[in-house]
Design a binder for this molecule. Structure first.
Ligand code: UDP
Length: 499
């Protein structure tokens, strides 16, 4: 298990994951998949982030994979960030996101120096779209760059539409739904839902998005955490729109086979992780809904209370993970005796969820998700239907994909993006009744519910098949490795000619 199952190559991939959990986690999975295919892999990240992944990489090294993490310090003070603040999920305030981008941009020179010292020398950079400067570094080192963004092809294609047409300028109202032009399915969104990714609203974010687009031109291709059977028309559409190779190599989370790799992904899980599995063991198959809103979402006290009451009043057992609670919310919980009250029916856990372990537990029958792409794909891989509760970024697009294209989700009815709200923007709080109805609706065994469950299961099977030997994602990984080999050979030619 985990041994290099393919012929060793002397290709050396260097990976630069963006400092956000939704980007780091899939990149670390991809790193191990490449190493399992016999490649040498170096992941470059900052000390705090390296620590989060140390044990998973140590296990890979023990399994004889040629993989390492190298640490590069972020210039935090220079970027106006506090000590230790090395990931978007560690920012004391979303207002500091721009400073984080600044710190990431300052990595160009030290990263290039590090790459020049590597032995064997790097053959390819796979870097997050958020590091446009890696294109220049790759050029100077005369090696190809592959881009990784995070979202799937559907959302990606929507972002392409929004950034390359005037569609958003033609829409006046923020509440009007319009049809996204040029897509194979009829997808309706509002302007705020479509514009929180790909178009900046500050000087820094606009510059970053423009830089990303410019840097894209020189990349050899795009690697995507998705699988072809999930969104064939969008994979093709994206490749055409970008005029690039698109390699779908996922769902990468499925590379985690051992209990430990599955339990401890991206962060230390809460100590009672095992207890919650025991709790799940005692529940009926497919009866429980799992609630987790990702690594960045911050629910207000008011919203957390409504969610708590909504779950409590539904007739569905639940396991609810909360990333961050506030003093006010804690005070409410103890005043109400909430955790006592839900005993036997629900479980509330503070901290980092062992998400893929929970999703694949036989007791889980539904997932309330914020529609981050990784969570969406992990739900799909586990064959579980979802209540979609998008918050920001491209999550509203992912919601449309889950509900309108795949038809494996129930919309909770969120309208406005949150997290980085502009001043004076109206806040949207979903009431307990809405949450109760969505969860019960998802788990209902009416005709629609049964069909939704069946479709979810089918996508789950397809996801696993894609990742198995001979499956589409497995083959795409082979062709990506091959493309890099060929590109290197092509570029090395003039040197050979002189011999
Ligand atoms: N995750 C986890 N435990 C948690 C919260 C998140 O393991 O308590 C993982 C989840 O499995 C996924 C990633 O963190 O792989 C979150 O990425 P996603 O794209 O879903 O959302 P983001 O956090 O970037 O908004």
């Amino acid at each position: 298990m985990g041994m290099a199952s393919h012929h060793p190559t002397n290709l050396h991939f260097v990976l630069f994951p963006l400092m956000a959990q939704g980007h780091m986690i899939p990149m670390f999975d991809m790193a191990r998949i490449l190493a399992q295919r016999g490649c040498i892999v170096t992941i470059i990240t900052s000390p705090v982030n390296a620590n989060r992944f140390r044990s998973v990489i140590d296990r890979a090294i023990e399994a004889k994979l040629k993989i390492q993490i190298l640490e590069l310090k972020l210039q935090l003070a220079e970027a106006g960030l506090p000590e230790g603040c090395e990931n978007f999920d560690l920012l004391p305030s979303p207002a500091l996101a721009g400073n984080m981008v600044l710190a990431m941009n300052m990595l160009e020179e030290p990263a290039e120096n590090m790459l020049r010292g590597l032995c064997p020398p790097p053959s390819c950079i796979i870097s997050d779209g958020g590091f446009p400067w890696t294109t220049d570094v790759a050029k100077r080192l005369k090696i190809p760059r592959v881009i990784f963004y995070g979202p799937g092809c559907f959302a990606f294609l929507c972002v392409h539409v929004v950034t390359t047409t005037n569609i958003l300028d033609e829409i006046d109202s923020d509440s009007e739904y319009f049809v996204m032009p040029g897509l194979p399915d009829r997808i309706e969104v509002t302007k705020p839902q479509a514009s929180t990714w790909g178009r900046g609203d500050t000087k820094e974010s606009t510059a970053l998005f423009e830089g990303m687009q410019e840097a894209e031109k020189d990349a050899i291709g795009i690697v995507v955490n998705s699988f072809e059977e999930l969104e064939p028309e969008y994979v093709e559409g994206l490749a055409k729109a970008k005029d690039k190779k698109v390699w779908c190599v996922g769902p990468v989370s499925l590379c985690n086979k051992s209990f430990q790799d599955r339990a401890e992904r991206g962060n230390k899980t809460v100590i009672d992780g095992h207890d919650c599995l025991k709790w799940l063991d005692s529940r009926e198959s497919g009866s429980v809904v799992y609630v987790c809103l990702g690594s960045l979402t911050y629910a207000s006290t008011e919203q957390s209370i409504e969610l708590g009451l909504g779950l409590e009043s539904s007739n569905i057992p639940f396991i609810w993970f909360i990333r961050q609670t506030s003093e006010d919310f804690e005070a409410w919980l103890s005043k109400e005796g909430y955790e006592e009250r839900i005993k036997g029916k629900g479980l509330m856990v503070r901290g980092w969820a062992p998400q893929i372990l929970i999703l694949s537990h036989q007791a889980i029958g539904g997932f309330v998700t914020h529609c981050g792409w990784n969570s969406s794909l992990e739900g799909i891989s586990a064959g579980i239907p979802m209540v979609t509760w998008p918050q920001f970024g491209e999550q509203f697009l992912n919601e449309r994909f889950i509900t309108n294209v795949l038809k494996i989700g129930v919309k909770i009815g969120m309208e406005l993006p949150v997290l980085f709200p502009k001043l004076n923007e109206p806040k949207e709080i979903l009431k307990r009744d809405v949450i109760k109805e969505a969860v019960e609706g998802l788990m209902r065994n009416d005709e629609e519910g049964v069909a939704r469950r069946k479709r979810s299961r089918e996508f789950g099977v397809m996801a696993n098949t894609a990742m198995n030997e001979g499956g589409s994602s497995h083959l795409n990984m082979t062709s990506m490795i091959q493309a890099i080999t060929e590109d290197l050979a092509k570029n090395a030619k003039p040197i050979q000619d002189t011999i």
